[in-house]
Design a protein around this ligand. Structure first.
Ligand code: ADP
Ligand code: MG
Length: 341
């Protein structure tokens, strides 16, 4: 075969393969966009575990009519213009690929109105070259993205979707993780027209109220606050003493500069901080926030942005280990820890 450029829709479907694994990956990308747009309220409507529909409405800055085609195009972003921007990134997104990728594997429509524009507009893409179509619409300031029939045109991927229940469980878990990343954002999650979660906005000082709603009272009742700083790195949040830790590793929330992470190195540091105090196969249980200068961490490691790379990984590991260890040893009652040995 001669060398040819791939049709845009196919190139986008290939790119989608890296990021859009299941409905929850779509919801993650859309919510990150809403948060980047400064939204203080998110309403997420899911139908049939997300296979049928995922719709996210926000009250963020919106997208101007002229920019709607670009929002749907690949490699188009309002968030960075240079490598220096990427290295000091503050937004959750930067790849300019999510909307193009999702549009290539589902029926996506984008409806948006910036505050200064009188009329809302709706946009969607069609055909092999994914040309953007536009039509006037009605919408308050903000954006709604409606994604229907995920993987309708990629049967091989659709086969990997699990039951509605399982797919929705992934979305629900994601929403809990998002809820603990932004206490100030009001979040409503509906599934098949039923309200499943509702988190009113709270202040930082009321964080434990939201944590109770997300993880449960057993966490908040046992949680010990932690707040440690070393130069320009800070670790804060809550850890649970060993005797109150959960039997499942299902309450481990870790954020790096506001991004949710599952980082093996940091998991290891926390587990090491608990040492041999964890009995009965309990797992470390925590909600922790690591904050450091954006330039000390590389977020461009994986397309789905689940991982980061620290410039000083060893120091970060040791800082987390020592901070958590100190918190646990300060507060764990000596008799209590004794009785578990
Ligand atoms: P990225 O987030 O990496 O920039 P996306 O494909 O996710 O790429 O989004 C493309 C662009 O569309 C964003 O840079 C942003 O300008 C705009 N956009 C997407 N979603 C929203 C939203 N909910 N509100 C306002 N602007 C949005
Ligand atoms: Mg994005």
């Amino acid at each position: 075969m001669p060398i040819q450029l791939l049709p845009i829709s196919l190139a986008n479907q290939i790119a989608a393969g890296e990021v859009i694994e299941r409905p929850a990956s779509v919801v993650k990308e859309l919510i990150e966009n809403s948060l980047d747009a400064g939204a203080s309220e998110l309403v997420i409507d899911i139908e049939k575990g997300g296979r049928r529909r995922m719709r996210i409405r926000d009250n963020g800055a919106g997208i101007a009519k002229d920019e709607l085609p670009l929002a749907l195009a690949r490699h188009a972003t309002s968030k960075i213009t240079s490598l220096a921007d990427l290295e000091a990134i503050q937004s959750l997104g930067f790849r300019g690929e999510a909307l193009a990728s999702i549009s290539s594997v589902a029926r996506l429509t984008l409806t948006s109105k910036p505050e200064q524009q009188n009329q809302a507009w709706r946009a969607w893409v069609e055909g092999r070259d994914m040309t953007a179509e536009l039509a006037p619409a009605s919408h308050p300031t903000g954006t709604t993205i409606d994604v229907e029939d995920l993987f309708f045109n990629t049967p091989a991927r659709r086969k990997f979707l699990r039951t509605d229940k399982t797919e929705f469980a992934h979305i629900d878990e994601l929403i809990k993780r998002i809820a603990l990343s932004r206490y100030d954002v009001r979040i409503t999650l509906n599934h098949n027209q039923k309200v499943i979660r509702q988190f009113p906005a709270v202040t930082q000082a009321q964080a434990l109220t939201r944590i109770t709603k997300v993880i449960g009272r057993s966490f908040s009742d046992a949680a010990m606050a932690i707040d440690c700083a070393h130069h320009d790195v800070r670790l804060w949040g809550w850890v649970v003493p060993p005797e109150a830790c959960r039997h499942q590793a299902d309450a481990q929330y870790f954020y790096v500069n506001g991004r949710m992470m599952r980082d093996r190195m940091l998991n290891h540091a926390i587990r090491q901080a608990y040492g041999d105090t964890l009995t009965d196969e309990r797992s470390p249980t925590y909600v922790l926030y690591l904050e450091l200068p954006a330039t000390d961490v590389d977020v461009n490691v994986h397309p789905a942005k689940h991982e980061v790379r620290f410039h000083q990984a060893r120091q970060m590991h040791d800082f987390v280990l020592q901070s958590v260890r100190r918190c646990l040893s300060d507060r764990v009652h000596p008799e209590a820890s004794h009785s578990y040995q």
